[in-house]
Design a protein around this ligand. Structure first.
Ligand code: COA
Length: 258
């Protein structure tokens, strides 16, 4: 896998797993225009890489996953500039991650606030370190979440809890975030990456074709054509190579090799 020269990202690979680390320590990894652009580029690049079967997204340093959108960058924006910022984020990064055909796991290693929590919520699953703090504090700034938070949070935790988190701007500790269903599991800080890598390794042994179809179907859950997409995708997979290998391996009593 090619290692590209990013300014705000570190990319490393271990077997079929790519670990993408956001690195802007002076701003607790806050998302400015350049970070967003590099993340988009990296995600699309990794999606095309057939060797990459799972992406882990995390933050550099001891303190933060991502402490939000860069407040200093948008401080003087007009209404039009702000809408454009949100639209660009939705279209070019957050929706891209959600719809990526390669699974993306957020390893939340500290503060995940505002755009940082929205970034984690755009990933297909989230795991947190014991000291993680998660919240959407935008109303304290007189704004609302603009990178999908008002839509993805209710899907994950229900409308009532989403309203509580957004209206109060409180930060959830990792245990409460797990209890709410916002993160799948919580690990001691030093175990976060090793544990998430184990999950990524399990994923990368399974059929990439089937997983990419499952992502698309899960993203349609609760929507009008969700069941139809599942039916169509189920059928399509029957004429793809992974189904032949997976079913043959079962019948031959061996492990599949995708
Ligand atoms: N945008 C821009 N800069 C940010 C930032 C953000 N979202 N979050 C943190 N930073 C910067 C701080 O301004 C500070 O820079 P400085 O040293 O030049 O002053 C640096 O990162 C360290 O942050 P600091 O606030 O000193 O750390 P802390 O440990 O006292 O507090 C937080 C940590 C996360 C609680 C606090 O930084 C914070 O509340 N950040 C903003 C969170 C937020 O509202 N996010 C939503 C944005 S829409």
């Amino acid at each position: 896998m090619e290692i590209l020269d990013y300014k705000f990202l570190q990319l490393s690979t271990e077997g079929h797993i790519a670990i993408l680390t956001i690195s802007r320590p002076e701003s607790l990894n806050a998302l400015n225009k350049d970070v967003i652009q590099e993340l988009t580029y990296a995600m699309l690049h990794l999606e095309k890489d057939e060797n990459c079967r799972c992406i882990i997204l995390t933050g550099s340093g001891e303190k933060a996953f991502v402490a939000g959108a860069d407040i200093k960058e948008f401080a003087d924006f007009t209404s039009e500039q702000a809408s454009q910022l949100a639209k660009n984020g939705h279209e070019n990064l957050f929706n891209v991650i959600e719809n990526l055909t390669t699974p993306v796991i957020a390893a939340v290693n500290g503060f995940a606030l505002g755009g940082g929590l929205e970034l984690a919520m755009a990933c297909h699953m989230r795991f947190a370190s014991e000291d993680a703090k998660l919240g959407l504090p935008e109303v304290t700034l007189g704004i609302i979440p603009g990178y999908g938070g008002t839509q993805r949070l209710p899907q994950l935790v229900g409308k009532g809890r989403a309203a509580e988190l957004i209206f109060t701007a409180r930060m959830l500790d990792a245990t409460t975030a797990k209890y709410w269903g916002l993160v799948n599991d919580v690990f001691a800080k030093e175990n976060l990456l090793p544990e998430v890598k184990k999950i990524a390794e399990k994923i990368s042994k399974n059929s990439p074709l089937a997983i990419s179809k499952a992502i698309a179907c899960i993203n349609q859950s609760g929507k009008e054509f969700g069941f139809q997409l599942e039916i169509t995708s189920f059928g399509e997979l029957f004429e793809m190579k992974d189904k032949k290998e997976g079913v043959s391996a079962f019948l031959d009593k061996r492990k599949p090799n995708f």
